[in-house]
Unconditional design. Structure first.
Length: 411
């Protein structure tokens, strides 16, 4: 017979966003279950893997408010300068931390390392049960409760029910489908090849974004003086690039990036990710909501996907904290969920449009687009306010901010 347990909140997916949400909710004293399909130690863990993530200022403030920042910053590298260039053009644009009156524009952390900090913190949360490895196979959404049917890897079945079910199960969310929400998915026809390497000249707190004819190439400072790279290649070329030996791969990367950091060497293990834009048509169904990549999957060109998802987490936590005044059962009420969806609409729309626009603008070699792009780069550098506005968006500080994004603890 299947075991049955009641919670206030069930979180489907214990990746970067689901785990962060569980930790953010902890001060509210709600009973939370996190169901995660892949064991944390496994190399196949799809969220806490070898990628590096650039954390924005608003994400930093959230982790500060959650008391986790000292552990995260100790394992991160600050970005003090962003350098944007276009291959084949002489000019470049830049954003500077000092000019923006901040200590750093963001911090780079390896996903696996961030995962270890978050999961260790979760182990100490008495109000959170982590069911892992276990998968939500099906759900039922009623007017007052959401029910999740869970199967563990050991073959046990469990039934969980709660006032609210949160889908944090990634861009190919099966929970979103079961909520009856469709998502628009557009393949970019590109793969991101990631890894890390050594540079002859120190990268010294600079994040480089270079637009090449194949797509954007990012170089990010990381711990140990190494540099993380995200190289975009066409879908047709991905297999060839992954099969190159290290020296042939470094030669191609060097040709795309140039010699700003001197000679590139000692490249580590590479991994490739197909790039897809995904946009959910709605954010809520009865007693359930979408957060993170289940709501929006972005091209990594502007390093914004996780940061945008963290702002979903902050807004949802605000809505839940306010609704709690009327009792825990009210946290999944339609008006609370509508408020969350309304609040998140504009930020999500802007970021999806911004990253998609960047990919298209810089991905084209057509004369008109190139001219526009050059004018855009000029405006970016010369028109007062444009750079500041862009920096505020990439730091996640634009628009009405929820408590956690302002660094204010929930309780
Ligand atoms: C190359 C690359 C570089 C990136 N760099 C950045 C960056 O610098 N900055 C940034 O902000 N963002 C970046 N991103 C985006 C960022 O990685 C994602 O936005 C983030 O991982 C989304 O987290 P998530 O928890 O929503 O989804 P996921 O990471 O996809 O996690 C979903 C979790 O749900 C689990 N799951 C799935 N189905 C079920 C189920 N039925 N039951 C139980 N569990 C389930 C999965 O096992 C997984 O652990 C990058 C992305 C890529 C591809």
């Amino acid at each position: 017979m299947s075991k049955s347990t009641s919670y206030d909140v069930i979180i489907a997916g214990g990746g970067m966003i689901g785990t962060s949400l569980a930790l953010a909710l902890a001060p509210l004293g709600l009973r939370v279950a996190v169901v995660e399909a892949v064991a944390r130690a496994e190399s196949a863990q799809p969220s806490f893997d070898d990628r590096s993530t650039a954390l924005s200022r608003s994400t930093q403030r959230m982790f500060e408010a959650m008391g986790l920042w000292p552990d995260i910053v100790a394992a991160s590298t600050p970005i003090r300068h962003i350098h944007v260039s276009d291959q084949g053009r002489f000019g470049f644009s830049h954003i500077d931390a000092e000019e923006q009156n901040v200590e750093a524009l963001g911090y780079v952390v390896i996903n696996r390392v961030l995962g270890s900090v978050l999961q260790t913190a979760l182990d100490d949360c008495e109000t959170v049960d982590v069911l892992c490895p276990a998968r939500i196979r099906d759900i039922e959404l009623g007017e007052t409760r959401a029910t999740a049917f869970v199967e563990t890897d050991a073959g046990d079945s469990m039934t969980l029910d709660a006032h609210l079910l949160v889908a944090a199960d990634g861009a190919r969310s099966s929970i979103r489908d079961k909520m009856g929400i469709t998502a628009e998915q557009v393949r970019y026809g590109q793969h991101a090849v990631i890894g890390n390497l050594e540079t002859e000249k120190p990268i010294d707190g600079v994040a480089y974004e270079r637009f090449t004819e194949h797509g954007p190439l990012a170089m990010l400072p990381m711990t140990g003086g190494r540099t993380a790279f995200v190289l975009t290649v066409s879908e047709a070329d991905a297999e060839r690039v992954m099969a190159l030996d290290d020296s042939a791969f470094l030669a191609e990367l060097q040709a795309a990036f140039g010699y700003r950091l001197g000679e590139l060497s000692r490249v580590g293990k590479r991994a490739a990710y197909p790039l897809v834009l995904s946009k959910a048509m709605r954010l809520t169904a009865s007693r359930s909501v979408l957060v993170g990549n289940s709501a929006h999957g972005l091209h990594p060109v502007a390093a914004q996907g996780f940061n945008l998802g963290m702002r979903d987490v902050a807004a949802l936590c605000d809505c839940i904290a306010d609704a709690l005044a009327a009792g825990p059962e009210s946290i999944g009420n339609p008006d609370v969920l509508d408020h969350y969806a309304e609040w998140r609409r504009s930020d999500q729309k802007k970021l999806v449009g911004f990253t998609d626009g960047l990919v298209k603008l810089f991905g084209s070699s057509r004369g008109v687009t190139r001219a526009l792009r050059n004018a855009g780069m000029l405006a970016f550098d010369l028109v007062p306010g444009v750079r500041g506005e862009f920096a505020r968006h990439t730091m996640g500080l634009a628009g009405r901010l929820p408590r956690l994004s302002r660094g204010v603890p929930l309780a």
